[in-house]
Design a protein around this ligand. Structure first.
Ligand SMILES: Cc1cc2nc3c(=O)[nH]c(=O)nc-3n(C[C@H](O)[C@H](O)[C@H](O)COP(=O)(O)O)c2cc1C
Length: 199
């Protein structure tokens, strides 16, 4: 059984959502594949604040009621991530970065001592045997240029937790005319079909 966690984060329910839907639609047809979907916009997480961060640092049996409630949010998201083999991220480019809704998810699952730890040789990922797929939708064209700080950021966060195998599908120039948009989306759908074959 291959368990796939599909995370979407488009405030427009837009192109990255369509790509994630395409991935899910093809993947669900495959034997032995199970999909979980989490829409980080519909089910929005608040910004990470001090009270929640501090709740992680208190031993589980010593937490106050409030701390228990706050820590449960991150615990549940980490459990969900741990229970899947592949994480698919539908990612819009907003102001050259990731949506804050997706950042709020990373802020909950990147937990020192749980999904990674610091060693004398630097950070070490604690998630094992997982891979990721990034479905990146952008109005302009940035892949491979210095302005694409989004892709390294995502790979850096995934890598820190031990998810080093990452495939990226770009749909770019989506605001650069209908022909460019249609072509980029068609190419991205084709690339997705190839990735789903390899699930
Ligand atoms: C708030 C906001 C900020 C955006 N910033 C950028 C940007 O910095 N660069 C870019 O190429 N496109 C930008 N866009 C266009 C989106 O990348 C494009 O609409 C893409 O399709 C977003 O994915 P989505 O349709 O899944 O939401 C922005 C769109 C919005 C709504």
């Amino acid at each position: 059984m291959t368990r796939v966690l599909v995370l979407t984060s488009s405030i427009l329910g837009g192109n990255s959502q369509q790509l994630a839907d395409h991935f899910s639609g093809l993947a669900v047809e495959r034997d032995g594949v199970e999909i979980t979907r989490r829409d980080l916009v519909a089910d929005e997480l608040p910004h990470l604040g001090l009270a929640e961060l501090s709740s992680w640092q208190v031993a589980a049996d010593e937490r106050s009621d409030e701390q228990r409630e706050l820590a449960a949010r991150s615990d549940a998201l980490i459990e969900e991530l741990q229970a899947h083999d592949v994480v698919v991220l539908g990612v819009p480019l907003y102001n050259l970065g990731i949506p804050s809704q997706l950042k709020a998810w990373f802020d909950r699952v990147m937990r020192a001592g749980v999904t990674f730890r610091y060693t004398e040789n630097g950070p070490q990922g604690l998630l094992e045997g997982k891979r990721a797929v990034i479905l990146a939708a952008r109005g302009g064209q940035y892949a491979g240029t210095e302005l694409d700080s989004q892709t390294p950021h995502l790979k850096g966060m995934l890598g820190l937790m031990g998810i080093g195998e990452v495939n990226t599908v770009f749909a770019e120039g989506l605001a650069m005319g209908e022909a460019q948009r249609d072509g980029a989306m068609a190419e991205a759908r084709q690339a997705i079909a190839g990735l789903v074959e390899r699930l």
